[in-house]
Design a protein around this ligand. Structure first.
Ligand SMILES: [Mg+2]
Length: 369
């Protein structure tokens, strides 16, 4: 389900944006902010964003649904500006470093899988042309864990895997890397479910696999803990999908607490803000690998940012088995051979296919009314 934002002007030009993970709070905030956009110069994107944000600091203008709501508006303003000036967004952002954007495919393995089953999952992704993929290694998310002697329920809150869990995570990663072969990059996500010493032990045991990264091993709130893990292993550590704005990334980057950052562009502040976050990271030789669970609108908007920063690594694609995804816009399947080509079309370069998009809009919303 997707949340799109549309901004109309009296000049007849319209912009479309998207935001993710804001929920019904973001929808309510967007509706409340409508009146503050009327009569404004829509080209003053950064000023509109910052003016509204600063006026709402008492209401949470540093993170969360308020920033996500503003992000949806910001992306729509960029689309609108590009269309009004008849240029793609990347041209408004300093031009391209690259013509197409490498994409990795998020795919699903489960703790009980054998090698043949893992191979099947990986083959499907490789046959679609992807050269990078990501799997979830946090087998604790399944609520139960196995052992040689059977299954038993785990404590829901402690973050220390037992020996069986640790070994199983290593084995799963080994199977995925083997299935992918030597030329495919593999990332593994832990969804913040380990404690520090368990994360270090796992990251070290995964070192021979040369993972593209190990994602969010511990909760992101304690940046010093993340830094200790990063320092302790040659497995690259990646985090940042739940941070907002430059302010949220500043300490992570300045302390070099991770090897790779992964802002969610249609969630954490929008296109201008994420370009600035990427540039901050580049000062520390930290690559930029955005998290992405959005529709083709948010994905292509993210691709424009990825094109305009030097340290872009790879962009996420989360909807491999959702056939509807490539029919939501007039751009068709924007991912070909694991890459997104940037077009010369103005703005984001895509229009919603209303008939399909209506059936996948956020539950309880109306069609731009
Ligand atoms: Mg993740």
């Amino acid at each position: 389900m997707h949340l799109w934002v549309r901004i109309e002007t009296d000049a007849g030009v319209t912009g479309i944006g998207e935001c993710v993970h804001g929920g019904h709070q973001a929808i309510a905030i967007i509706k409340e902010l409508e009146g503050r956009l009327i009569g404004r110069d829509p080209f003053a994107i950064d000023a509109i964003f910052e003016e509204i944000r600063r006026s709402l600091v008492f209401e949470g203008g540093f993170a969360g649904a308020l920033i996500t709501a503003l992000t949806g508006i910001e992306i729509a303003l960029w689309d609108l500006k590009g269309k009004a000036l008849k240029v793609p967004i990347y041209e408004l952002m300093g031009g391209k470093f690259r013509d197409d954007i490498r994409v990795y495919c998020d795919c699903e393995v489960s703790p009980g899988m054998n090698m043949a089953e893992v191979q099947e999952v990986v083959d499907e992704v490789l046959e679609a042309g992807f050269s990078a993929l990501k799997v979830d290694l946090d087998i604790r998310a399944y609520g139960h864990t196995g052992s040689e002697t059977g299954w038993y329920e785990k404590d829901k809150f402690n973050m220390t895997p037992n020996r069986w869990e640790h070994d199983r995570m290593v084995q799963l990663a080994e199977m995925v890397v083997k299935a992918a072969g030597p030329s495919v990059d593999v990332a593994a996500d832990l969804h913040t479910r380990l404690d520090k010493h368990s994360a270090i032990r796992l990251a070290r045991d995964l070192e021979p696999l040369k993972l593209m990264w190990l994602e969010e091993p511990v909760p992101p709130e304690n940046i010093d803990t993340m830094r200790e893990i990063t320092r302790a292993t040659s497995t690259p550590i990646c985090a940042g999908e739940n941070l907002y704005l430059r302010h949220g990334f500043r300490e992570l980057i300045e302390k070099q607490a991770v090897d790779i950052i992964m802002p969610d562009i249609p969630k954490c502040g929008g296109l201008s803000e994420c370009r600035k976050i990427a540039e901050m990271a580049d000062l520390y030789s930290i690559p930029f690998a955005p998290h992405n669970v959005s529709s083709p609108i948010g994905t292509m908007a993210s691709a424009h940012v990825c094109a305009t920063v030097p340290n872009f690594l790879v962009l996420e694609f989360h909807w491999f088995h959702r056939e509807y995804w490539s029919t939501i816009t007039d751009g068709g399947d924007i991912i070909s051979n694991g890459r997104i080509a940037l077009s010369d079309r103005p703005g984001i370069g895509l229009e919603l296919n209303e008939e399909v998009a209506r059936t996948h809009q956020y539950p309880g919303t109306t069609w731009f009314e």
